[in-house]
Design a protein around this ligand. Structure first.
Ligand SMILES: C[S@@+](CC[C@H](N)C(=O)[O-])C[C@H]1O[C@@H](n2cnc3c(N)ncnc32)[C@H](O)[C@@H]1O
Length: 308
């Protein structure tokens, strides 16, 4: 039985919410106006390339979505040999497979090198990777924009999760993934407060450069890079000023409707309002000298190596 099937009810609600959300979002995902995900996928591969072990190059793309990272790998890496993408959103996998067919047709026209590409339904969580994915075979594992969404990314399972992924790397192979940087203050604060109010949610409170490095060293990996990329992946958004806190209240309401906070709807209204108030108070610590509270979309991009 895989970890997809053996979770309890609250895990299942959380996971089903995420799957339904990405099934719907996948249809327009590649064309979203801010282009955050295509840009991040391209950077993740660009940063990894200098650290890849010698060819042939193969990629295990965990939580691959519509395949943005897989296709960046196929385009940017010289002589890519094999790509295997996994995701729990069946609709995303369908779209990724359609894109793979078109990618191969175009590559044949230009005679560019094209890897064998497989996209398949499967979970990145511990024991979720299907048996079609062979251990010790990959030069690169990616998990772009998804690590904090994984049930097993919460303590104490994170080290176990990295250890589990590690078995799929060849010696000298690398893992790269991103997590939201600490300057994503709304995302981070809303998660911390929601957790305090007993909501099952993604946990971002543990994230720091040091915690990431420790996690990977504990999983027997060597740190190649843990770096906050000095780049905004969307235009800076001002969420609140001293005179107008409504954008922050709206952001809170928007978050609470997302599948990352599945049991918010069932909360008693008084307690919900109390949680919102606590969130707004907590956000005060991030008010900048010009009076604004700003969310900046920066990411910590990490690269870790499996020792030879
Ligand atoms: C923000 S998207 C990122 C997709 C892709 N990696 C990219 O960079 O465009 C997050 C993806 O994580 C997937 N996901 C969430 N939990 C997962 C899990 N346990 N196993 C595999 N995929 C998962 C979602 O279905 C979704 O496609």
């Amino acid at each position: 039985m895989s970890s997809i099937d053996k979770k309890d009810d609250s895990d299942r609600t959380f996971r089903d919410g995420i799957t339904a959300y990405y099934d719907t979002r996948s249809v327009t995902y590649d064309e979203e106006p801010n282009q955050l995900h295509p840009k991040l996928a391209a950077d993740l591969i660009r940063f990894a390339i200098p650290h890849l072990p010698p060819a042939p190059h193969s990629l295990l793309d965990l939580a691959c979505g519509t395949g943005l990272v897989s296709f960046e790998f196929s385009r940017q890496v010289d002589d890519p040999a094999y790509v295997h993408g996994l995701d729990v959103s069946k609709k995303s996998i369908e779209i990724a497979n359609d894109k793979a067919r078109k990618f191969k047709v175009n590559a044949n026209k230009t005679t560019s090198a094209t890897p064998e590409i497989v996209f398949e339904y499967g979970s990145a969580n511990t024991d979720g990777i299907p048996s079609s994915v062979k251990p010790k075979s990959f030069s690169l594992i990616t998990c772009c924009s998804a690590f904090v969404l994984l049930e097993n990314s919460t303590n104490p399972d994170r080290v176990k999760l990295l250890n589990y992924w590690k078995q799929y790397l060849q010696p000298g192979g690398i893992i790269t993934f991103d997590v939201p940087a600490q300057c994503q203050v709304i995302h981070r604060t809303v998660s911390t407060i929601a957790k305090k109010y007993g909501l099952k949610t993604i946990d971002m409170s543990w994230i720091s450069k040091e915690a990431l490095e420790t996690m990977c060293v504990d999983a027997g990996l060597e740190v190649v890079q843990v770096k906050e990329v000095d780049k905004e992946y969307t235009n800076e958004k001002v969420y609140a000023t001293k005179d107008d806190m409504t954008p922050l209240e709206d952001a809170f309401e928007r978050f609470m409707k997302m599948p990352f906070f599945p049991n918010a709807k069932a909360m008693n209204l008084g307690r919900y309002e109390e949680m919102k108030k606590e969130f707004l108070n907590a956000m005060e610590q991030f008010r900048e000298s010009d009076g604004r509270i700003v969310e900046r979309y920066r990411f910590l991009i990490q690269i870790y190596r499996k020792p030879l």
